[in-house]
Design a protein around this ligand. Structure first.
Ligand code: C2E
Ligand code: CA
Ligand code: CA
Length: 284
């Protein structure tokens, strides 16, 4: 079932081999994720988001990291889909929200900055009935200014255009939270949700940025996405910017924010502090 779902559910995977073996390893993974939550062994890394016009850092995206004693480093795009399947995603998502909110609060207090932390929210977590109330509780407990929090939701979440989701997003917006659409351009082709939902920004998926140099139509695609966003009064964030040339093109089309290895990889807390200090004292 997991294998078939990974391939968008359009195939059937015929089972023949050792089902018990597969079940055992899935159970082991679930147990390990539970332990990681209980023992607080997940970590967050932070990647700067840069304002194109000024070159200054306006905030950072929190990205979860997990290193298991036996399995070693497990990338998030491997364990997050599994956590969604086994019902652990809301707990992991709340852990991430709490940790990221605490960190943003600490940095903004310490450095007198207005950095906004962006947290990735899985569609399954967002769909939970109590999502907004629980998020509000976390913000209150941490005493984070909601203007310092952004949530990134994928196009997939928006496809389920029910009024419940619109209400949730309206509530988050009223609280002062910024909403952006992640991996824009990789979901389904319906764009109608963009005008229905009160969102702030589109994040152009990394694959489009990579295509700037790879394909003749690459630049045209990026230009088109930026134009759609601006026509709808949405800001644009380009992710996965690795080269000067990509930055120049994005600048020419008035993309507001950029993120990527060209500026910095996601960093642990200690290394990220150097970034904050550098942006406060750029001459050093
Ligand atoms: P995403 O939200 O699209 O995050 C961007 C991914 O691109 C990150 O991978 C980041 O490390 C990577 N990246 C950033 N700049 C560059 C670049 O210039 N070049 C290249 N090649 N890669 C770049 P990461 O951290 O492995 O995360 C993968 C995905 O896992 C994320 O994609 C997101 O969908 C998910 N994820 C990560 N952390 C969380 C989390 O806390 N909660 C949830 N629900 N999902 C998460
Ligand atoms: Ca993201
Ligand atoms: Ca992406």
């Amino acid at each position: 079932m997991y294998e078939a779902k990974k391939k968008n559910g359009n195939v059937s995977i015929i089972y023949s081999a050792d089902l018990n073996g597969i079940n055992d390893s899935l159970l082991m993974l679930e147990t390990k994720l539970h332990h990681a939550l209980e023992n607080n062994t997940f970590e967050l890394h932070y990647q700067p988001k840069i304002t194109v016009e000024t070159g200054k850092m306006e905030g950072m995206e929190a990205l979860i990291r997990w290193t298991d004693e036996e399995l070693g480093f497990v990338p998030p795009d491997q364990f997050i889909p599994f956590a969604e399947e086994c019902g652990l995603i809301a707990d992991i998502g709340e852990w991430v929200l709490t940790k990221a909110a605490m960190q943003a609060k600490r940095w903004n207090d310490q450095y007198n900055t207005n950095l906004r932390v962006a947290v990735n929210i899985s569609p399954k977590h967002l769909a939970e009935q109590t999502f907004v109330e629980r998020l509000q509780k976390i913000i209150e407990e941490v005493a984070l200014d909601p203007n310092h929090l952004e949530i990134e939701i994928t196009e997939m979440s928006m496809m389920d255009q029910n009024s419940d989701l619109i209400h949730k997003i309206l509530k988050l917006k009223k609280m002062g939270i910024t909403i952006s659409i992640d991996d824009f351009g990789t979901g389904y082709s319906s764009l109608s949700y963009l005008k229905e939902f009160p969102i702030d920004a589109l994040k152009i998926d990394r694959s489009f940025i990579q295509n700037i140099s790879k394909e003749e139509t690459g630049v045209a695609m990026v230009e088109a996405i930026i134009k759609i966003a601006h026509a709808l009064n949405l800001a644009v964030v380009a992710e996965g910017v690795e080269e000067e040339r990509e930055l120049q093109i994005l600048k020419n089309y008035s993309c507001e924010y950029v993120q990527g290895y060209y500026f910095s990889k996601p960093l642990n807390v200690t290394d990220f502090i150097h970034h904050i200090e550098k942006s406060l004292h750029p001459q050093n």
